[in-house]
Design a protein around this ligand. Structure first.
Ligand code: CP
Ligand code: NVA
Length: 305
């Protein structure tokens, strides 16, 4: 594998290898401190980021390399230079490109045209590095035998939901997305990909519309913001209305398994998609999950560069 462009491109063996290496980086961030020695990695973002940027920059530094952070306006791409020409130039100077942007097609195109590894750090459709951190956190808690367990996402059917369903399928888990029906449900294309992967490795993919029924007996309750970066502001009211039954409250957690954990990719909006009691409570593993953004990105860079 040259790039990490889409969650669905990962095989179970790739994920296991990333987890094994990430666990080493969790124990000792400097485990491979010369891997990128004397080299640079570009991080190009057209959307804001706290975790992914910090995790990526520190991962690169811990591997002995130097990050070069670029916003849209910093590059000539903002003035019409083609993606293809930009890919050629970044490939000449950097050992990898980490990109966060709107269109998945832009990431796919950069992957095809750059000679260096291209890593998707979030698009409107996917968030593969997040899914790796999520499932490493889940595996640390429950081990690798997922049989008899249900892993449930509640809320807006967005990029994080897509990565969640596909990575869950790759892990052979029973993975659920409970979202409103209609335009806030996950993309049909993604449901088909995830179901197809699950059918080959003993997993199960469900998209449901009743949050309480979905949460019943779950080992993991996951949620994300209702308004993603780039979502039209004029949909905010409508989204708040249709998504409010999917908020993760004490009642939702009470219906989950006794040993259930709560995770959230962050940033969180307390009082909207999650109650403060839940995210700041004893079942929440959000800080460990955020910590694994660095260990997993470090592992990806270690194996791809
Ligand atoms: N979870 C996540 O991707 O966070 P940032 O948007 O802060 O990078
Ligand atoms: N769905 C959110 C995830 C943020 C990490 C967004 O795209 O804004």
């Amino acid at each position: 594998m040259k790039d990490l462009l889409r969650t669905e491109h990962l095989a179970r063996e790739d994920v296991e290898l990333i987890f094994e290496t990430a666990s080493k980086f969790a124990e000792n961030p400097l485990y491979a401190q010369s891997a990128l020695s004397g080299r640079t990695v570009a991080i190009y973002m057209t959307k804001p980021s706290t975790r992914t940027r910090l995790a990526s920059e520190s991962a690169i530094s811990h591997l002995g390399g130097s990050p070069i952070f670029l916003r849209h306006d910093d590059l000539q791409i903002g003035r019409g230079e083609t993606i293809s020409d930009t890919a050629k130039i970044i490939s000449q100077f950097c050992s990898a490109l980490i990109i966060r942007t709107f269109a998945q097609a832009e990431v796919d195109q950069l992957g095809a045209q750059a000679s260096i590894p291209v890593i998707n750090a979030l698009t409107d459709d996917d968030h593969p590095t997040q899914a790796l951190a999520d499932w490493l956190t889940i595996r640390e808690k429950f081990g690798s035998d997922f049989s008899g367990r249900k892993f449930v996402y509640l809320g807006d059917g967005n990029n994080v939901t897509h990565a969640w369903l596909i990575m869950g399928a790759i892990m052979g888990a029973h993975v659920v997305a409970a979202t409103p029906a209609g335009k806030y449900a996950p993309q049909q294309r993604v449901i088909e990909i995830a179901s197809n992967i699950a059918s080959h490795n003993g997993g199960k993919v469900e998209v449901l519309h009743d949050p309480n029924a979905a949460a019943q007996g779950a080992s993991v309750i996951y949620t994300d913001v209702w308004m993603s970066m780039g979502d039209p502001e004029d949909e905010r009211r409508e989204k708040e209305k249709v998504l409010s039954p999917f908020a993760v409250t004490d009642e939702i957690m009470a219906g989950a398994a006794k040993d259930a954990i709560f995770i959230h990719c962050l940033p969180a909006h307390r009082g909207e998609e999650v109650a403060a009691n839940v995210i700041d409570g004893a079942q929440s593993l959000v800080w460990r999950e955020a910590y694994h953004r660095r260990t997993t990105i470090q592992a990806i860079l270690y194996h791809l560069t």
